[in-house]
Design a protein around this ligand. Structure first.
Ligand code: KIV
Length: 292
């Protein structure tokens, strides 16, 4: 694997060559380090940190301050991969100025090399404004979790001709607004294929079939840290929660039984020093308040 850091220009070239782009979320330093070392192309602090690490019910409550704190940690673990951060709900919807200000914060305070925003329509102007400020933007259409309520829940999108046509138009509009790539979430594979073929910029699928130019999954889903029922598009490549549970249960049992710690986990003191110390604290030598 090359150690040359990924650059924004690599992604269009990868699409042209037919090389798949691999993206994964990371919300902390050790996860980002592991993803980076595994050869992931884009390490991404998504606002899915809200439900995956902060315990919120969905992505809507997470704040800019929380995103910055998590992203800073993930940034420290990312060396070769391209590093991208989500603009959370409320950070870009209000105005273009707000969007640019918050995108700048992610660059300056968290080391983001690009930001991702959800939606098209009125958000096209936000994408354009951020791109014009010099910050690369990844679009995100289809199932957009920040506005899932307005979509009627966490459902596949673009399943009628009219809705698929809208997604197609939105993807082209995001490309025209200057996005360097677009996430297609929970979109029928055949629709994603047509959109992918129509775009110069890469599509990154999550539940959008094999024809996308790249794939993204959420860290906690793909590694089996999350154990709740997964969306149809998740494949679990490990079962880390089971490993963690078994390790913790053994730790609890060994502390209670006295099996841990043993001598090998203990620091030693030279015998002579120990003898002197024990002579000092022997009963009757120095007692009680004399030590204070
Ligand atoms: O926040 C997130 O996890 C996302 C997905 C597309 C990976 O936006």
């Amino acid at each position: 694997m090359s150690t040359i850091p990924m650059a924004i220009t690599d992604f269009a070239e990868m699409k042209a060559r037919g090389d798949k782009i691999v993206m994964v979320t990371a919300y902390d330093y050790p996860s980002a380090r592991l993803a980076d070392a595994a050869g992931v192309d884009i390490v991404f602090t998504g606002d899915s940190a809200a439900n995956n690490v902060l315990g919120y019910p969905d992505t809507t409550p997470i704040s800019m301050d929380e995103m910055v704190m998590l992203a800073r940690a993930a940034r420290r673990g990312t060396q070769r991969a391209f590093f991208m951060v989500d603009l959370p709900l409320g950070a870009f919807q209000v105005s273009d100025e707000d969007a640019v200000r918050n995108a700048m914060r992610l660059v300056k305070e968290a080391g983001a090399q690009a930001v991702k925003i959800e939606g098209a329509g009125p958000m096209l102007s936000r994408a354009r404004a951020i791109v014009n400020s010099g910050i690369p933007v990844m679009g995100h259409i289809g199932l957009t979790p920040q506005t899932a309520t307005a979509l009627g829940g966490y459902k596949a999108q673009g399943r009628t001709a009219a809705k698929a046509r809208q997604l197609y138009a939105d993807a082209l509009a995001l490309q025209a607004a200057g996005c360097f790539a677009i996430v297609l979430e929970a979109v029928p594979g055949r629709i994603a294929d047509t959109i992918t073929a129509a775009l110069r910029i890469p599509t990154i699928g999550i539940g959008a079939g094999a024809g996308c130019d790249g794939q993204v999954l959420v860290w906690h889903d793909l590694l089996g840290i999350n154990e709740h029922e997964m969306q149809r598009f998740v494949k679990q490549y490990a079962h880390v929660a089971a490993e963690i549970r078994s390790g913790l249960e053994t730790f609890v049992a060994e502390v209670r039984s006295g099996a841990f710690p043993t001598g090998e986990h203990e620091y030693k003191i030279p015998a002579e020093e120990l003898r002197l110390f024990e002579a000092e604290v022997a009963p009757g030598v120095l007692a009680g308040d004399d030590w204070l």
